[in-house]
Design a protein around this ligand. Structure first.
Ligand code: PLP
Length: 469
């Protein structure tokens, strides 16, 4: 099969992708088809014979379209899912075409050095220690895992224990302190690291979901021996931010590591008007964040950032006789800072997103999303029977009271189901401090004021029993 196959397949992909992206402003946000229908659409025995590459791409696009969520729409507000910037999509395609195994710098210098430069840009933009190491991983879950692996290395090394060599059997007990409103991925990371998904000490959170520095300091003082403190910048529901700097100052000691889960909230550090809320986070030891949320790169890209590159590298580094690589951290091998060997060049779309936006563009993106979330909250709060339960950064949690006064939780769940089915916008559901709510995230570069007004109208129509039109 020669080059014409490439060209026709890529042209078909460009046409299908362009048609999809062009349709985003006007199409229903929810998918038309459900999982069962999509399974049927693709279910068939493995074909005996192959198919022309361009035909494959056209067939794929046509069969998949009914089951695609328009998560790139300006009115998609589910979970915390950003859109995709044009330059980042284009760069992502190049990553596939180049097909560089971006684990080692010597044989694959272009993409690995782009990664290194991008790491420096991210540290600059988020104003984190410039000597920190950055692992480009699959997402926030893995970023938390890698950072906490470095934490585990450091706090046990402080007690003379080499966890990479000896494992955890017989090791000094590691105390892990977490906030009550942490993201589940922190528990997942602790589970993967053998620290136990349910053995952490839970420090209570306030109404907004923040832990108090005093309560964390007391818990840390009670913990003897190796200790890891997990904080959060950006609660997945309401966007609340722990006072990380105060916590870090209050708990500091040589065998203690402060980690920040800042999957989306850390990007607030890039917007001058929002920085106050996230100031002090630079005093932690590690930070997990995502590019595929607020920076609007395609999936898969999280960043595991450690102030101590040695602990990071001890936890992740791989050396084998058949692999090139050296000790020169100036020309670092990505393989030393993430858990994979072979890997795609996932930093390239991050480079492209930052190149498209520049420092000012990222600040504008963050600021606009926060302003749109505030507009959304104001618009909903003004309606009868609507209640904003919490709003911080780009996140809003609301609920709707049952006009009949019977069951507010059931009514809020019905509003969610109605508004999702109607299709103008797509919030997701949650339980916030014991009550059923709807959570709306504004994480897309596409969201405009008009989108926000249409979302508010659709929500209020669903609240009043209509369909929003
Ligand atoms: C605070 C927080 N941490 C971690 C994650 C997990 O990130 P990912 O879905 O990229 O693994 C999320 C996802 O929304 C999050 O909001």
């Amino acid at each position: 099969m020669g080059d014409p196959g490439h060209e026709a397949a890529l042209t078909a992909a460009a046409q299908a992708a362009g048609a999809w992206l062009d349709s985003l402003p006007d199409r229903a946000v929810r998918p038309e088809a459900g999982a069962r229908e999509m399974l049927e659409a693709f279910s068939e025995p493995l074909p005996e014979e192959g198919l022309d590459p361009a035909e494959v791409v056209r067939e794929l696009a046509a069969r998949a379209e009914p089951g695609l969520m328009a998560s790139g729409s300006g009115r998609f507000h589910g979970w915390v899912i950003g859109g995709t910037l044009p330059a980042a999509i284009g760069a992502d395609w190049l990553v596939s075409a180049w097909d560089q195994n971006s684990a080692m710098s010597e044989p694959f210098p272009a993409t690995t050095m782009i990664e290194q430069v991008t790491a420096g840009w991210v540290l600059d933009l988020l104003d984190l220690p410039r000597g920190a190491s950055v692992g480009f991983v699959t997402g926030g879950q893995m970023a938390n895992t890698v950072c906490l692996a470095a934490a585990r290395n450091h706090v046990l090394a402080a007690h003379g224990w080499d966890v990479e060599a000896a494992g955890l059997q017989g090791a000094p007990r590691v105390t892990v302190l977490v906030g009550a409103e942490r993201h589940d991925s922190v528990d997942g990371a602790l589970r993967l690291l053998g620290l136990g998904g349910a053995t952490a000490t839970v420090v209570p959170a306030d109404e907004a979901g923040r832990v108090s520095p005093g309560a964390m300091a007391e818990a840390a003082a009670r913990a003897e021996g190796p200790t890891i403190v997990c904080t959060q910048v950006g609660n997945v529901n309401g966007g609340a931010v722990d006072r990380v700097g105060e916590i870090a100052d209050a708990v500091a000691r040589p065998d203690l590591w402060v980690h920040v889960d800042g999957a989306f909230g850390l990007w607030a550090r890039a917007a001058p008007a929002r920085r106050g809320m996230v100031a002090g986070a630079e005093r932690a030891h590690s930070w997990a964040t995502d590019a595929h949320k607020w920076l609007n790169t395609p999936y898969d890209c999280g960043l595991a950032i450690c102030a101590d590159p040695v602990a990071h590298r001890r936890a992740m580094g791989v050396r084998a006789a058949y692999l090139p690589g050296g000790d020169d951290l100036a020309l670092r091998d990505p393989i030393d800072f993430n858990p994979e060997l072979s890997r795609r060049a996932r930093s390239v779309p991050v480079w492209a997103a930052l190149r498209q936006l520049g420092r000012r563009g990222v600040a504008d993106l963050v600021e606009r999303c926060c302003a749109m979330a505030e507009l959304l909250a104001r618009g909903i709060a003004a309606a009868d029977g609507a209640e904003v339960l919490h709003q911080d950064l780009n996140q809003v949690v609301v609920r709707f009271r049952d006009p009949a006064g019977a069951d507010h939780d059931a009514h809020s769940r019905a509003v969610l189901a109605r508004v999702q089915a109607e299709g103008t916008c797509f919030p997701s559901g949650t339980v916030w401090r014991g009550v059923a709510g709807l959570r709306l995230s504004v994480s897309s570069w596409r969201t405009t004021e008009d989108d926000v007004h249409r979302t508010i109208a659709a929500l209020l129509a669903a609240h009043q029993g209509g369909d929003g039109n």
